[in-house]
Write a protein that binds this ligand. Structure first.
Ligand SMILES: Cc1ncc(COP(=O)(O)O)c(C=O)c1O
Length: 461
């Protein structure tokens, strides 16, 4: 990174315009479907995170490490449904389990054996004895926060500035904002993420910077002095919504110690990291055990499900009836059949070795390209996940992300990939996710496209 060249801004814009034109030309059927979709689907999409100008790329199907769009373009999938499909698409073991379950009835709103088997396996992997299910990452973080509040009898929630924990009111706070709106690092501001969130709820959520345990403790002490000691700290152990930002050595241990000392429930939101970076997620990878863990995405092998795991003490609030952790579709038999097959037959110890090896090759390949071309940036990742962060400085928290990440280069990389058969997660906050179906050839193809872009970017014109 030391000898990085400054990127030519005009060249980035010129390449982006060229590549955007190309993508438009390659996707006329998506354009047509968008015209139809927007008549009835708001914005032509099922979730605002699927929006894309001038139109979204509509997919038709996926197999293994590949997806196809409605124009028939085939892509190697590095988006993998925002990191949900570590199993690859249409995995035979999961398809088989779901097909079998379909024949036996798909929903009873009564417990089944698969729900027990999955809980047993999650308990083994995460070292947390008690589990419950829900249906999305947002539900998992919502319920985990409620459990923490029920346990402690307190209202305040501490979160990391810039972290995304789903779309319920209490966590749609201090996510994507302009750099100068962040506020003083010691007193970061609770800011609404979009309209429709009551100010009274926003005020209960207090953001602190990532990778700064001392700042967290000082904020907790001030809150305590104001008679607002937090119920919980909710955080990703490794941030996966600013690209990938790893915890500095000792940070997670310090957070664990601070929360324990102050009697605050520590929640690791492992919706992205859990089951994707290691068998037991960040909890296993970093060796720090929180009081509660939330899982979703990878858990269902492509079906919508989520889980909350906890210590005996944390989950006692559910078991003794203080907190109602409920839901008609919780532990639905179809999704638990998929989760069981995924955990026991697909995401095995060998699978994690495969993911680690491929990711190492991908990260090393990208690092070599960066060094060869003197690009301002670095490759970072763990397990199935990683990214190239275009930034002259290492990013450690939201403030450094906002100040240094090169948005234009990140956007160019996305469209450049799309035109060369790499389906990549859109958005400057996202990262790649590998699946067990990916091969060396797939990661080498990614590196080759990155090499082509780097040469294009740094070429004298
Ligand atoms: C860390 C984290 N937590 C929670 C969520 C919310 O999950 P869902 O979209 O399933 O509600 C997400 C979604 O991206 C996430 O990345």
């Amino acid at each position: 990174m030391a000898s990085a060249v400054a990127l030519d801004r005009a060249r980035i814009r010129e390449l982006t315009e060229r590549e955007e034109r190309r993508l438009d030309e390659r996707t006329p059927v998506s354009a047509k479907l968008f015209g139809r979709a927007r008549q009835t689907l708001s914005g032509g999409v099922a979730s605002s995170y699927q929006l894309h100008d001038p139109w979204p790329i509509y997919l038709s199907h996926g197999r293994g490490q590949f997806v196809w769009d409605v124009d028939g373009n085939r892509y190697r999938d590095f988006h993998n449904a925002f990191g949900s499909m570590v199993q690859g698409h249409a995995h035979p073991a999961i398809s088989h389990a779901v097909t079998e379950r379909l024949r036996e009835g798909t929903h009873f709103a009564a417990p089944t054996e698969d729900a027990v088997v999955v809980a047993e396996e999650l308990a083994r992997r995460f070292g947390l004895p008690k589990w419950r299910y829900c249906n999305s990452g947002s539900e998992a973080t919502m319920d985990a926060i409620r459990i923490a509040r029920g346990l402690t009898g307190r209202d305040t929630v501490v979160k990391i500035f810039g972290s995304y924990h789903g779309h319920h009111d209490g966590v749609m706070v201090s996510i994507g904002v302009e750099y100068d709106a962040i506020g003083d690092p010691e007193e970061l501001a609770p800011l609404a993420y979009g309209a429709g969130i009551p100010q009274a709820v926003i005020d209960l959520t207090v953001p602190v910077p990532f990778n700064d345990a001392d700042a967290m403790e000082r904020r907790i002490e001030r809150l305590d002095a104001e008679d607002r000691l937090p119920a919980c700290v909710i955080m990703e152990a490794a941030m996966m919504n600013l690209g990938v930002v790893l915890p500095e050595p000792g940070y997670l241990e310090a957070v664990r110690e601070i929360t324990r000392r102050h009697g605050i429930v520590l929640i690791f939101d492992e919706v992205k990291t859990g089951l994707a970076i290691a068998a037991g997620g960040a909890t296993e990878h970093f060796g720090v055990t929180p009081d509660l863990v939330t899982l979703a995405k990878t858990l269902g092998g492509g079906l919508p499900t989520a889980a909350i795991g906890g210590t005996e003490e944390a989950m006692s609030a559910v078991e003794d009836g203080r907190v109602y952790q409920v839901g008609t579709f919780n532990g639905n038999p179809l999704v638990t059949a998929a989760a069981r097959a995924s955990l026991l037959e697909v995401l095995t110890a060998d699978a994690y070795e495969h993911l680690d090896r491929l990711n190492r090759r991908l990260l090393d390949g990208c690092t070599a390209v960066i060094e060869r071309h003197g690009l301002p940036g670095y490759a970072v990742g763990i397990g199935a996940k990683g990214c190239v962060t275009f930034s002259p400085e290492r990013i450690v928290d939201y403030a450094s992300f906002k100040a240094h990440q090169d948005v234009e280069a990140t956007e160019l990389a996305w469209v450049y990939n799309m035109n060369r058969g790499i389906f990549m997660t859109p958005g400057r906050e996202e990262e790649w996710t590998l699946s067990v179906a990916h091969t060396e050839e797939d990661v080498d193809a990614y590196v080759a496209v990155f090499e082509e872009m780097a040469a294009d970017l740094t070429r004298a014109v």
